[in-house]
Design a protein around this ligand. Structure first.
Ligand code: HEM
Length: 405
């Protein structure tokens, strides 16, 4: 057993050590049992990792948990915390507390309503089919590159009103945003931000029936958003809208390939797709942790006092395997009922795009399995690597053969 940074015996692998990403679950299990609120040392900053489901739920309901990085008591921006830190994305609702959050969320919920999302079903199905038409069945392909990423990028691109020719660039800029290099993250942010400003100028002059035009109308018509907030929220929707969904599809395909009995069950019973999707979200969802929270005063959680302003990460991937809540939590059971996973978060910041993510995830898996029921890995399982990323959980590559020759 290794030693933790504070000198006591610690988990099998420290969270966010390079080996951790391949299989974080032995570490999560140890932490939930022995140290459910665990200090992790990142460069220049101590972060509290919370792993038990009940504690995560309690923090989500606690109004003293701020998402505003200005509440941090450390120089959080320079501490190597790449995602969103110190960028224009800080103006999106993801990083705002009430009352600003309430104002923006009310607005965003209207342009992103369930009715609107249901209306995107045909778009999602068309794009899914088109992408699968374009791949050669007998060759080895990286499913992430040819399908899992392009699908949500093209969908969010169409929904927002971004021209098709520009979709490829989005991934290029977004990729480093979830990685660990702050310099690369800032360079990606800068390019994407310049693009967002450009597209807002174009849409302002020539609006259409899309989400960006609707947000511009809210800004210019009723003055319900500042210009920075408009830009930050468009940026936020682009980034929240595809990295997560791409990894949901990738992680989902791998989870099924790892469990041939469950894959067969799903193939033979397509109506199980609803519960299968929820189980994939729980078993290996694409959000390993939330974004950072900063308590506005000292808070006690899981028997530990976290000082005001110290960053907290809620480990959704650990809470989703908590044996206090889920029977046999390490098993993938696509028939699992009453699946209260927490992969879309809770409370006021509950994922705005959850319905779209579910629509895309289910359409992708259903179509893939219908068209290519014999899909298999093209490399040995040991060669499949997860990205070293704190918030997002996803694969580096997913080489498959869609159909044997
Ligand atoms: C917030 C997960 C897809 C837009 C969140 C949060 C989680 C999450 C966990 C809360 C973060 C926190 O509490 O710190 C996911 C997962 C997805 C997904 C697992 C895919 C499988 C999407 C999509 C969109 C989207 C497709 C939009 C196009 C947002 C937005 C927020 C959010 C705007 C912030 C909401 C707020 O602060 O009020 N998401 N998301 N997400 N998500 Fe998603």
């Amino acid at each position: 057993m290794s030693t933790s940074p504070i000198g006591m015996s610690g988990p099998p692998v420290e969270p966010f050590a390079p080996e951790f990403y391949q299989d974080p679950h032995p570490t999560y299990a140890w932490l939930r049992k022995h140290r459910p609120v665990h200090p992790v040392q990142f460069p220049g900053v101590r972060v509290w990792l919370v792993t038990r489901y009940e504690d995560v739920r309690a923090l989500y309901n606690d109004p003293r948990m701020s998402v505003n990085q200005e509440t941090a008591n450390t120089d959080f921006h320079t501490a190597g915390m790449a995602y969103g830190a110190g960028t224009e994305m800080g103006h999106s609702l993801l990083f705002k507390d009430p009352p600003d959050h309430t104002r923006m969320r009310t607005l965003a919920s209207k342009v992103f309503s369930a009715r609107r999302i249901a209306g995107w079903r045909d778009t999602v199905e068309r794009i899914t089919d088109q992408l699968l038409d374009d791949v050669a069945p007998h060759q080895r392909v990286d499913l992430l590159g040819v399908f899992c990423y392009p699908l949500p990028i093209m969908v969010i691109g169409e929904v927002l009103g971004i021209p098709g020719n520009d979709h490829r660039k989005l991934r290029q800029w977004m990729d480093p945003l979830v990685g660990l290099s702050r310099e690369e993250a800032l360079a990606g942010t800068k390019s994407l931000m310049a693009y967002v400003r450009e597209i807002i100028t174009v849409k302002r002059a020539d609006p259409s029936d899309d989400v960006i035009s609707a947000l511009i109308a809210a800004r210019d018509g009723d003055r319900k958003l500042t210009e920075d907030e408009l830009v930050g929220n468009v940026f936020g929707l682009i980034s929240a809208g595809f990295e997560t969904t791409a990894n949901l599809i990738g992680n989902g395909v791998l989870a099924l390939l790892d469990h041939p009995d469950q894959l067969r069950l799903l193939r033979e019973n397509p109506p199980l797709m609803d519960s299968a999707m929820e189980e994939i979200l729980r078993y290996d969802g694409p959000t390993a942790t939330t974004i950072f929270r900063f308590p506005t005063e000292d808070v006690r959680v899981g028997g530990v006092v976290i000082p005001a302003g110290e960053p907290i990460l809620m480990a959704l991937g650990a809470a989703n395997r908590d044996p206090e809540v889920f029977d046999d939590p390490d098993a993938l059971d696509i028939r699992r009922g009453d699946n209260a996973h927490i992969s879309f978060g809770r409370g006021i910041h509950h994922c705005l795009g959850a319905a779209l993510a579910r629509l895309e995830g289910k359409t992708a898996l259903r179509t893939l399995l219908r068209r290519y029921p014999d899909i298999s890995l093209a490399v040995s399982r040991q060669q499949i690597r997860y990205k070293p990323a704190v918030i997002v959980r996803g694969l580096e590559e997913l080489p498959v053969v869609l159909q044997p020759s």
